[in-house]
Design a protein around this ligand. Structure first.
Ligand SMILES: *[C@@H]1O[C@H](CO)[C@@H](O)[C@H](O)[C@H]1NC(C)=O
Ligand SMILES: *[C@@H]1O[C@H](CO)[C@@H](O)[C@H](O)[C@H]1NC(C)=O
Ligand SMILES: *[C@@H]1O[C@H](CO)[C@@H](O)[C@H](O)[C@H]1NC(C)=O
Ligand SMILES: *[C@@H]1O[C@H](CO)[C@@H](O)[C@H](O)[C@H]1NC(C)=O
Ligand SMILES: *[C@@H]1O[C@H](CO)[C@@H](O)[C@H](O)[C@H]1NC(C)=O
Ligand SMILES: *[C@@H]1O[C@H](CO)[C@@H](O)[C@H](O)[C@H]1NC(C)=O
Ligand SMILES: *[C@@H]1O[C@H](CO)[C@@H](O)[C@H](O)[C@H]1NC(C)=O
Ligand SMILES: *[C@@H]1O[C@H](CO)[C@@H](O)[C@H](O)[C@H]1NC(C)=O
Length: 638
């Protein structure tokens, strides 16, 4: 009870100074929510920060804050403000931040902030603002953060930000900008974050970013950019994150990403890229992750990743035209830990492709069109633990392909079109000996052809079943070509094969091709590119869960965000919410348990002490007796 009372005490005493509907604390924060239509009559001597949220305020009247000579930060958000009178902020030049996010502003008067020479943070995001001019920002000589995102601005004059020379963070995301003047950002030499994502930009002028030598974050994600001029980013030597994803780029000029030595993130995904130049990426030792997906690339230059020596995660996947990887592509990635090549259009891999990836632990090759793999492909990837080869067109794998991958513990092989002739015995026996390494045996690692062995599990195949020892390849050719066109379901051992499989078999056996060596691309068995083979009873797992790297539209709140700053939370259990009752009960139970435990420990210690003391007395008594006896015997001897 006392505890609760002490917790509530400051609240009770403070609420005396606070109008109803508001909460105030002794740090000078006043927070008012709900049915308020004007600035509440708060105590000007104790209010340093004012937060009004979900109110009905429509008009900010002239000199609204004149009496609040100590107020530093004002936030009126999620309200109905559609009009700001021309002198609304006059008489309060001490403001450090003004936040009017999520209102209904269409326009705001020029020079309304002209007295705000101390203002550091101005947030006007999520309004309906259509246009702005340099007059709006006149006098804001100390502005550090300007957020104009989620408005309807379609054009910006070249001089609009001209005098905001201290600006560090500028967010223009989610507007309707189509073009930007070349000199728009030229005076923003302190700028560290520039967010231009989710606009309609079609092109960028050469030199647009030339003066931004301190820029760390540049987002151009989700625009309509078709081309970029050469050397656009060359002066951004501090750049850490660059997102170009979600645009319409088909080509990128050579050497575009040179001289970005500190880059840690580069996004290019979701561009209809057709090809990349031979010289594209300069030294970027800080780059650890690269995502290149949803492009139209057919192949990539061999040295694309050669300068990214510290890359740890590379996701070159979901490129449905990508069918060839040059043999030296991964030559220089000694630290690469995870490589995803899934959902591409790969049919074959170079034998040396992975030979320098000595740190590789995870390799995703699923959902391609691989028919086999070279026997030596995993020779040097001795740390490989997870390998996904499911849903390819594998007919065969060399029996010794996994002999050097001692760390392998999760291999996926299902959804392939295994061709069960004698040459498969090597891998079939390996599977039989290592069933625990394969995590999808239950999904069907089974023969697809010949017909009489269809759905026969690979691990139970025997030499006898395959008629090994006879002239193998001829037998196989005979088997496939002799197969009748229509096989009654009852005459096969697998009477439960789904009808789709039957249809496929029909199509298969009517085809005229005779040769059936695994190495040739056998179109009879290869599903067409837009068709993925579905094993009976096996659901094609269409997971495209690789969009976790989507760039945020809003950058980091790098400047002191005063939202919760200063509010004291002693009682960390939320007072509202679905579990608050339960949490409170739990809190009390834990508290009581703690107290009981402490008391119990004390008591136990006390008892222990007692026992020890008695023991000590006893032993001391014993010692005394022994000593006395010795003394006595000594005297006797004497
Ligand atoms: C920038 O500031 C200077 C001097 O303070 C002033 O003369 C000029 O008109 C301002 N420019 C803009 C575009 O507001
Ligand atoms: C942007 O385009 C509009 C119309 O297409 C044009 O009037 C305007 O001058 C352009 N602005 C810049 C900064 O290039
Ligand atoms: C790159 O980063 C390093 C260390 O983070 C820093 O010392 C260096 O100044 C940065 N380089 C540039 C050009 O900003
Ligand atoms: C910049 O990239 C790093 C490394 O990928 C990432 O952790 C960080 O969140 C990114 N920051 C922004 C603002 O995108
Ligand atoms: C790696 O970067 C250096 C300079 O940054 C450049 O000279 C070299 O051509 C780049 N290598 C590749 C393969 O692009
Ligand atoms: C790739 O992007 C296009 C639109 O740019 C989209 O329609 C398509 O679904 C995407 N494909 C994948 C595999 O994500
Ligand atoms: C592996 O790395 C060595 C030395 O860096 C290089 O000479 C060789 O070409 C690379 N091999 C492949 C297949 O990338
Ligand atoms: C494995 O790497 C060594 C050097 O680390 C290289 O000499 C050898 O050719 C590589 N093996 C294969 C099969 O590429």
């Amino acid at each position: 009870m006392w505890f609760t009372f002490i917790l509530l005490l400051p609240q009770l005493t403070l609420s005396a100074h606070c109008p109803s509907g508001c909460f105030c604390n002794d740090k000078g924060d006043a927070k008012c929510i709900g049915d308020i239509s004007d600035i509440p009559p708060l105590d000007p001597k104790t209010t340093f920060r004012l937060l009004l949220k979900d109110t009905n305020i429509k008009v900010l009247k002239d000199r609204s804050f004149q009496s609040f000579s100590l107020l530093l930060r004002v936030m009126i958000t999620h309200s109905a403000i559609d009009t700001i009178q021309p002198e609304a902020f006059h008489g309060a030049p001490q403001f450090r931040s003004i936040k009017l996010s999520s209102n209904k502003l269409l326009v705001f008067p020029p020079k309304v902030f002209s007295e705000q020479s101390n203002l550091e943070q101005l947030q006007l995001d999520d309004n309906q603002i259509v246009s702005i001019s340099s007059e709006h920002f006149e006098g804001l000589v100390n502005l550090i953060e300007l957020d104009l995102s989620k408005n309807r601005i379609s054009q910006l004059d070249a001089d609009v930000f001209q005098n905001l020379t201290e600006l560090i963070y500028l967010n223009l995301a989610g507007n309707q900008l189509r073009n930007l003047s070349k000199t728009l950002f030229h005076n923003l030499r302190q700028l560290e974050s520039l967010v231009l994502s989710s606009n309609q930009l079609v092109s960028l002028e050469s030199g647009s970013f030339d003066h931004l030598s301190k820029l760390c974050f540049l987002s151009l994600h989700k625009n309509q950019i078709r081309e970029i001029p050469p050397r656009l980013f060359w002066n951004l030597q501090s750049l850490l994150n660059l997102s170009m994803s979600g645009n319409q780029l088909k080509y990128i000029p050579a050497e575009s990403f040179y001289y970005l030595p500190n880059l840690t993130m580069l996004t290019l995904f979701k561009n209809p890229l057709i090809s990349l130049p031979d010289q594209l990426m300069g030294n970027m030792p800080g780059l650890q992750e690269l995502y290149l997906y949803n492009t139209s690339l057919v192949t990539v230059p061999w040295n694309l990743f050669a300068n990214m020596t510290n890359l740890r995660f590379l996701n070159l996947h979901l490129n449905d035209k990508l069918n060839y990887l040059p043999k030296d592509l991964f030559c220089c990635l000694p630290n690469l830990n995870k490589l995803s090549l899934k959902h591409n259009n790969l049919r074959a891999l170079e034998p040396d492709l992975f030979s320098n990836l000595t740190s590789l632990q995870i390799l995703m090759l699923n959902d391609n069109k691989l028919e086999s793999l070279p026997a030596t492909i995993f020779c040097n990837t001795s740390r490989l633990e997870i390998l996904d080869l499911s849903r390819n067109h594998l007919k065969y794998l060399p029996g010794d392909v996994f002999t050097h991958t001692g760390a392998l513990n999760a291999l996926s092989l299902s959804g392939n079109t295994w061709k069960c002739d004698c040459s498969i015995m090597g891998i079939a026996e390996w599977i039989r000996d290592n069933p625990r390494l394969i995590n999808d045996l239950n999904k069907g690692v089974a023969c697809y052809e010949p017909y009489h062995l269809q759905s026969h599990s690979l691990q139970t195949l025997t030499h006898a079943e395959l008629k090994c020892g006879e002239v193998v390849s001829q037998t196989m050719i005979m088997t496939t070509s002799i197969l009748p066109t229509q096989v009654p379901a009852t005459s096969t051992p697998q009477s439960s094969i789904a009808s789709s499989t039957k249809a496929r078999t029909t199509e298969t056996s009517t085809a005229s091709s005779i040769t059936s060596t695994f190495a040739t691309t056998d179109s009879r068995f290869s599903p067409t590119s837009d068709h993925i083979y579905i094993k009976p009873g096996n659901v094609y797992n269409n997971d495209l869960a690789f969009y976790e790297k989507i760039v945020l539209d809003n950058g980091p709140e790098i400047v002191h965000n005063n939202h919760y700053d200063g509010w004291v939370y002693l009682w960390t259990v939320p007072s509202t919410g679905p579990f608050s009752g339960f949490m409170t009960a739990l809190y009390i139970v834990l508290l009581v348990t703690g107290v009981v435990l402490i008391v119990a420990t004390w008591y136990a210690l006390y008892r222990l002490h007692e026992v020890l003391w008695m023991l000590q007395k006893v032993t001391m008594g014993d010692n005394q007796r022994i000593m006395a006896r010795r003394v006595r015997s000594f005297k006797v001897k004497l």
